[in-house]
Ligand binder design. Structure first.
Ligand code: ATP
Length: 366
């Protein structure tokens, strides 16, 4: 199996820096996600690995081979792209078998591989049809089946589940994850769907304007985003951000939130915030890390907020709470039965607070 190593990749289209000095190592057998909003350079980076894009600077390594100047067909990779090209004149079976036939694999082995890939993607009853006789989502699955049937060392996928309906997408993402870990392919997978990224990836590279902003395990990025953009992009609802001012009081530090009260800054955080006393900061907290007390009057050291909206979602209620001049989203147990317009006390779990510099919007100490 093969590691992929990208060294200082640049790709510029006229005035657009589509990929701007990106270095990244994908370990052997790893499932790496490239995640980011439309136009951030994910596809261009993936196409650079495939050799479909001539890069302006940098080097691409697959295993111990420098493939920067090697044509795509000699890079020993399998690809599934958004525009899932399938051959219209071949049956679904022959489409899936295509790469294996090129490798001159023995007939019985081809049939076995094709059938098992088709089964996995729930298209085993379509094998004798032609692509024009199947739906768009099914055509996309043919392209995925063709790639995984190769059991490739390196697999590159660009939004391979984008044409599937919501239920099938959830099912496929779990099955694909299991299968790829069995095959052991080194996989780079492009998506703008942060749920897909969180649930499938061993690691995620979050991209914006041609750069990787943060690279890490899904939960690490979720818990400690490097900046406001990443915290807002990952998670549903996005991380809450609240303006606060750091002050010294009673020997410790407190963060004041205008119109809502203040909270004690935990000793672990006080050190890194010492340089921010008297200055504005931005506090990041996720909806599930806010405890709600219905007894606002007696809630002591809590922040005070008022409930604007209650959305019952079954597993939890999602509240929109006014906190001073701002609004945050808070997840509560449904049995708390909070009502609209109610005054509530809020406690932020201090282990889950991100402290950001108000100007740079970057997490302090990262
Ligand atoms: P999406 O999720 O919408 O596919 P992406 O993150 O994959 O977006 P890319 O397709 O890599 O983004 O594009 C990155 C930037 O490069 C964009 O600003 C895009 O407009 C520009 N770009 C991509 N291909 C070309 C091209 N052939 N000519 C000129 N500009 C291009």
């Amino acid at each position: 199996m093969s590691e992929i190593r990208l060294e200082r990749i640049h790709k510029i289209y006229k005035e657009t820096r589509a990929v701007d000095d990106v270095s990244l190592t994908v370990s052997e057998g790893e499932f790496m996600i490239l995640l980011g909003p439309s136009g951030c350079g994910k596809t261009t980076l993936l196409r650079s690995i495939a050799g479909l894009e001539e890069i302006d600077a940098g080097r691409v390594w697959i295993g111990d081979r420098n493939v920067t100047d090697v044509p795509p067909r000699n890079r020993k990779i399998a690809m599934v792209f958004q525009s899932y090209a399938v051959f219209p004149h071949m049956t679904v079976f022959e489409n899936i078998a295509f790469g294996l036939r090129m490798q001159k694999m023995e007939k019985g082995a081809v049939t076995k591989r094709v059938e098992s890939a088709a089964e996995l993607l729930h298209i085993e009853n379509l094998l004798q049809r032609h692509p024009s006789q199947v739906s768009g989502g099914q055509r996309q699955r043919i392209a995925v089946a063709r790639a995984i049937a190769m059991e490739p060392e390196v697999l590159l996928m660009d939004e391979p589940l984008s044409n599937l309906d919501a239920l099938l997408r959830i099912e496929m993402r779990a099955e694909l994850k299991r299968l790829l870990s069995e095959i052991g392919s080194t996989t780079v997978y492009v998506t703008h769907d942060q749920v897909e990224a969180m649930s499938m990836g061993d690691r995620i590279a979050v991209m914006r304007t041609g750069k990787i902003l943060q690279l890490g395990k899904p939960l690490d990025i979720y818990r400690t985003p490097v900046d406001k953009f990443v915290g807002g992009f990952i998670g549903n609802p996005p991380m809450n951000f609240v303006s606060a001012t750091v002050d010294r009081s009673d020997g410790g530090l407190r963060a004041g939130i205008e119109g809502a009260g203040s909270l004690a800054i935990h000793a672990d955080d006080a050190e890194k915030l010492a340089g921010h006393v008297g200055k504005p900061v931005t506090l990041g907290i996720r909806a599930e890390n806010v405890d709600v007390s219905r007894d606002a009057e007696n809630s002591g050291d809590m922040l005070k907020g008022s409930v604007l909206v209650v959305e019952p979602l079954g597993s939890h209620d999602l509240l929109t709470v006014r906190l001073g001049n701002e609004q945050i989203k808070v997840a509560t147990r449904p049995d708390l039965a909070v009502r609209m317009d109610e005054e509530v006390g809020l406690r932020f779990e201090h282990d889950y607070i991100s402290w950001l510099d108000a100007d740079s919007e970057r997490t302090i100490g990262m």
